[in-house]
Design a protein around this ligand. Structure first.
Ligand code: 4AD
Ligand code: MG
Length: 463
């Protein structure tokens, strides 16, 4: 007999039919004569209730049906008498696939997420992480759908690269373990590079993405990126996934329109396809989650310049607002508390901030006529701070070389990149969305480590 997934069993109405379900026991309760087993197989946040007449089953088998155990159940689909569920399965056969000893770390209710992170391999079986990772999957679907529907090409950029796309010097170096040469007995030399060349893990697929956009018109990347910055915050990972669309002939206003339209599409997708999981998270994690998602989709994002943002922050300080990092005026980099003040307290909706001072932003951003600001377009979100970093790119060869030199970077390291400005250069723009920051927002989770299956941070618990 074929197994039916629990998400499908719960929708059936052909009472009396025989069904086969398999999954992990969430709870078992009942009396001497009857057991009620809540079974979950990961296909949905919801459990199916299994009803077993204890006298029909072996006593040792029943003893092994504990929280966390894996079982297979054949039974009859019946209309449920209890509230909260439409169907249940009256068991005729139960097979124990994997017993779960009493030291199962995920057993108790109310364990902290920090505790669960120590068991990366088991936390996935909990309700919260099941919901988070089903939503993560759905967000990936939404992203591919959005770009496909809008004529973008999915473009794969390298993970191993020689160029520092952000020019911030925060790259992990790649080394070679030449076991054939050294023999397994010898101490492994860790000081080798990539077949004689210097190579690192990419911090962003943008530069290669620009090559794609200036040939194919519109591309997007969706892949892992790596940052060797020693940031231990609830918003930073050393390995995170980034989505980077890049579009030829796009100007700053069109870029902001794309950022806003894209994020709203993704959030709407969650509301359309993930409601069971969202309702669970709304109950358990953030009572305003669904309302917040709905309002982000409905309201226009605020668009303001860095200078205007700074002025609002300065006025707030005058009125008594306290910040951990002081507002020091033009040229300062905004920290996430400043960004969140603007978004959560002042405007109470997302903000697209533009025209930052060029010295606090990356070398590739196009400068405005004033010579001191550039056409950046970061999106700031409630609870998150910066969720998107984007800009129009400098397409003029001489200006770009000048900027690289002025920053003390090596022109020779960017030869292939500069060639796009030498041969048939075109105006273009793009942005990067941190996938985990989007998932943080959509799930209401507090810590970025809890929205990626295997978090890598400077202080990662387990590998
Ligand atoms: O602002 P960032 O550094 O911009 C870039 O990498 C550009 N090359 C993107 C582009 O224009 N194509 O990073 C973009 C986004 C941030 O807004 C943030 O959401 C996320 O990536 N991000 C991180 N997410 C998790 N952990 C980190 N350490 C992150 N650093 C950036
Ligand atoms: Mg940024």
């Amino acid at each position: 007999m074929k197994r039916t997934k629990i998400i499908d069993v719960l929708k059936r109405t052909d009472f009396g039919a025989e069904v086969l379900v398999k999954g992990w026991v969430r709870t078992r309760r009942g009396s001497k004569s009857v057991s009620f087993i809540a079974l979950n197989d990961g296909s949905t946040i919801k459990n199916v209730q299994i009803v077993a007449d204890n006298e029909k089953f072996d006593e040792d088998l029943l003893k092994d049906i504990t929280t966390g155990a894996c079982i297979s159940v054949t039974g009859t689909l019946v209309e449920s008498q209890g509230s909260g569920q439409a169907v249940e399965v009256q068991a005729t056969q139960i097979e124990l696939l994997g017993a779960c000893p009493a030291d199962y770390p995920m057993q108790k209710k109310g364990q902290s997420f920090e505790y669960m992170r120590k068991y990366a391999h088991l936390r996935l079986r909990t309700n919260t992480f099941g919901a988070v990772f089903r939503i993560r999957h759905n967000m990936a679907m939404a992203i591919h759908r959005y770009f496909h529907e809008h004529g973008f090409c999915y473009f794969n950029t390298p993970i191993i690269t020689a160029s520092d796309a952000e020019g911030a010097g925060e790259m992990f170096q790649v080394t070679t373990l030449d076991l054939a040469r050294t023999g397994k007995e010898e101490k492994v030399p860790y000081d080798r590079d990539f077949f004689g060349k210097k190579a690192s893990l990419t911090v962003s697929g943008q530069l290669e993405g620009e090559l794609g956009a200036t040939a194919l018109g519109a591309i997007y990347t969706f892949g892992p990126t790596f940052r060797a910055e020693n940031s231990n915050t609830p918003r930073h990972l050393a390995e995170f996934w980034m989505i980077e669309p890049e579009v030829a002939f796009m100007d700053q206003t069109e870029l902001m329109d794309l950022e806003e339209d894209f994020i709203k599409y993704c959030v709407q997708w969650a509301l359309d396809y993930c409601m069971d999981d969202l309702e669970f998270l709304n109950k358990m994690i953030d009572k305003n989650l669904i309302a917040t998602l709905q309002s982000v989709v409905k309201e226009d994002f605020v668009r303001l310049t860095y200078a205007e943002g700074l002025q609002i922050l300065e006025e707030a300080v005058k009125k008594g607002q306290k910040f951990e990092f002081p507002i020091t005026g033009w040229g300062m980099d905004l920290s996430s508390e400043h960004e969140r003040y603007l978004v959560e307290t002042h405007f109470q909706r997302p903000v697209i901030m533009t025209n930052y001072p060029s010295e606090i932003k990356a070398f590739y951003m196009k400068k405005n006529e004033d010579g001191k600001t550039m056409q950046g377009t970061d999106v700031l979100f409630p609870r998150i701070g910066e969720i998107i970093g984007g800009s129009v790119r400098e397409e003029n060869y001489e200006k770009l070389v000048g900027e690289i030199e002025a920053r003390g970077m090596e022109e020779k390291d960017y030869g292939w990149y500069l060639d796009t400005r030498k041969y048939g250069s075109c105006p273009h723009a793009g942005f990067g969305l941190g996938f985990e920051r989007l998932i943080l927002f959509v799930t209401g989770m507090q810590n970025i480590r809890d929205v990626i299956p295997f978090p890598r941070t400077p202080k990662s618990a387990e590998f």
